[in-house]
Design a protein. Structure first.
Length: 299
């Protein structure tokens, strides 16, 4: 095979992306690049469903445990680092597998980041002040008014992304979405996007079961240990934020578990919306390994 291929596995949380990626990596005798924005961090394990050594099954994974929660790692830095790494890896491998449910990071890897105009520097401090005084719900409601399309897609618990979108809307007097339809950047390799899907009811059962397993594995202790870093973007997300609120006595443990499951299902719904808008994705069920391999080999 002369052409270089990046097989990109996407889909909702708990759908089975990691398992398929590892099977494909074995079949093509290759490595895996993660496009999961929370698995970068060494300190985040249980709450991110990070594959352990046994699950990795001898496959080398990149962009897992490559950062510390004490630092920020932007999507722009990820794009630059991932492309540089791919340049080196493609000298050894004809096919590489990428996997992740973080739509923005998948987009950065495959298509490049959208370019935004400069925004008045006074807007962000004002929004930060309103966030502190009125809470995240104030900003999410503002985003709903300013850009309903992006409101339906974005992880509404990701403070940084909500803040950035509102900042762009106010600063440009245009929707944030209008800047996200820019020209794709050419990549020096073929990209094959594989989406995994399951009937909604089955997916939600898997999400609930995964959350039960995370709790059994010690999610509460992991979140407690991470409490000093609660302001970090990676922790303002499903799986950690609910436990932080529990630790601050905002509700009891039963309510915490209910919210963990509910918010995980809501996050999955947003992932499905995001990836569903990408017409370059071909969809399969997670167990369709043979069909997926045949599809890739015909490309």
């Amino acid at each position: 095979m002369d052409k270089k291929q990046l097989i990109c596995i996407v889909g909702a949380t708990a759908v089975g992306k990691t398992s398929l990626a590892i099977q494909l990596a074995h079949y093509f005798n290759t490595v895996i690049i993660s496009a999961d924005s929370r698995q970068f961090y060494k300190e985040l394990n249980i709450g991110t469903a990070k594959p352990n050594a046994l699950e990795m099954d001898g496959i080398i994974h990149y962009f897992i445990d490559n950062q510390s929660i004490t630092q920020n790692y932007s999507v722009g830095e990820y794009e630059k680092d991932a492309l540089s790494l791919l340049d080196n890896l493609f000298q050894k491998y004809d096919t590489i597998v990428a996997v992740g449910g973080s739509g923005l990071y998948v987009r950065a890897l495959c298509d490049g980041l959208d370019e935004f105009p400069e925004i008045d520097a006074d807007i962000r401090p004002q929004l930060q002040k309103e966030l502190e005084e009125k809470g995240l719900s104030y900003l999410t409601n503002l985003l709903k008014e300013l850009d309903f399309d992006y409101y339906q897609e974005v992880d509404l618990q990701n403070t940084q992304r909500v803040l950035r979108a509102v900042e762009v809307c106010i600063g440009t007097k245009k929707t944030y979405s209008s800047f996200r339809k820019g020209k794709k950047k050419e990549r020096p390799f073929q990209i094959i996007k594989i989406g995994l899907t399951l009937p909604r009811e089955i997916l939600y059962q898997k999400i609930d079961a995964r959350m039960d397993l995370m709790i059994e594995q010690g999610l509460e202790k992991e979140a407690t240990d991470l409490l000093p870093f609660a302001a970090h973007n990676a922790l303002k997300t499903v799986g950690y934020q609910e436990i932080f609120d529990f630790l601050e006595n905002k509700y009891d443990w039963n309510e915490c578990v209910r919210l963990l499951k509910r918010n995980s299902r809501r996050y999955a719904k947003r992932q499905i919306t995001w990836f569903g808008a990408d017409n370059e994705i071909t969809w399969f069920e997670p167990n369709d390994l043979e069909k997926i391999i045949n599809f890739i080999e015909k490309k």
